[in-house]
Design a protein around this ligand. Structure first.
Ligand SMILES: C[S@@+](CC[C@H](N)C(=O)[O-])C[C@H]1O[C@@H](n2cnc3c(N)ncnc32)[C@H](O)[C@@H]1O
Length: 281
């Protein structure tokens, strides 16, 4: 049974990194008129009310979006993220933090599509309800890896796959690489963005090494760790592995990281932008 609920964690420092990268990839896809599809393997509920009991219980958003909400950094990828979150809160107060499907949906043009899978019954129903009647968005109650089999490739050649497991089960770590390889066989031209937590540095490095050893061509690693590494003391940071990144992403994230570090990191925190294989052309 799945117990993870993203409603406790929405808008935290991990969502900030993940959603900045997600928006940057989609904005890059929008530079051409040709349509694209976003496939979101772990959709969550799609949106989270700040005043809800879950968000107030952990208060994690206070060390994430709340620290950026009022900042103007003059750094493109950060400002376009904050601008989007503000647009989704038109009253000028942070009332709801959007999940990744809502973020994608609000960036789609008429010709683009979004497809999501979500397995948790409650979150699936919330997600389905959010997009009811929206012909651009398809939501399925499916296991993420089954969804890859059933829904990829989409009709469009261009697009991105966001892979954002909760890592509550050991198999979330072990099944990811084979699932990614299957997805890439089906849809080789997509950009793949995989989020990972930093809970234990040795484990994180082992996880990342698998992707390098699997010879993923053109693999970019991004990491934002607000706290120093400390095994056994919860999530101290998180990262993204991006396969087939837009050629501009490494440079844009390298510009953004000092400002994100300044806003979100404690003493001893760190950021990383590293091309692991291939090179941005
Ligand atoms: C980290 S949350 C997703 C958050 C979302 N991507 C966002 O950024 O707003 C992970 C989600 O995956 C769902 N989930 C867990 N195991 C799954 C599986 N095997 N297949 C599909 N969804 C799963 C959980 O119910 C949870 O809603």
């Amino acid at each position: 049974m799945l117990s993870y609920r993203h409603s406790y964690h929405a808008g935290n420092f991990a969502d900030v990194l993940k959603h900045i990268v997600q928006i940057a990839v989609i904005e890059y896809l929008k530079k051409k008129d040709k349509p694209f599809t976003v496939h979101d393997t772990h959709g969550g509920a799609g949106g989270y009310l700040i005043d809800s009991g879950h968000m107030q219980k952990t208060g994690e958003y206070r060390d994430g979006i709340e620290r950026l909400w009022d900042r103007r950094t003059e750094i493109g990828v950060i400002d376009q993220y904050v601008k989007l979150i503000r647009q989704l809160n038109p009253a000028g107060k942070l009332r709801e933090y959007p999940g990744s499907p809502q973020i994608s949906a609000s960036l789609l043009r008429d010709q683009d599509r979004l497809q999501c899978t979500e397995l948790h019954s409650t979150d699936f129903e919330l997600l389905q309800k959010r997009f009811a009647g929206n012909k651009q968005v398809r939501v399925e109650k499916l296991d993420a890896w089954q969804g890859i089999k059933a829904m990829l490739p989409p009709t469009h050649r261009r697009g991105m796959v966001l892979i954002d497991p909760s890592y509550e089960l050991e198999k979330d770590y072990t099944e990811l690489l084979p699932a990614l390889q299957m997805a890439k066989q089906r849809w080789s031209t997509a950009t793949y963005a995989i989020w990972y937590p930093v809970l234990d540095r040795n484990r994180t490095e082992h996880f990342v090494r698998q992707f390098v050893q699997a010879e993923m061509p053109d693999l970019l690693r991004l990491e934002l760790c607000p706290r120093p590494d400390a095994s056994g003391r919860g999530m101290t940071g998180s990262g993204m592995l991006v396969i087939n990144p837009p050629y501009t992403l490494a440079q844009h994230m390298a510009q953004a990281m000092p400002a994100l570090k300044d806003a979100l990191c404690e003493t001893g925190g760190h950021t990383l932008v590293k091309q692991l294989t291939g090179e941005a052309s």
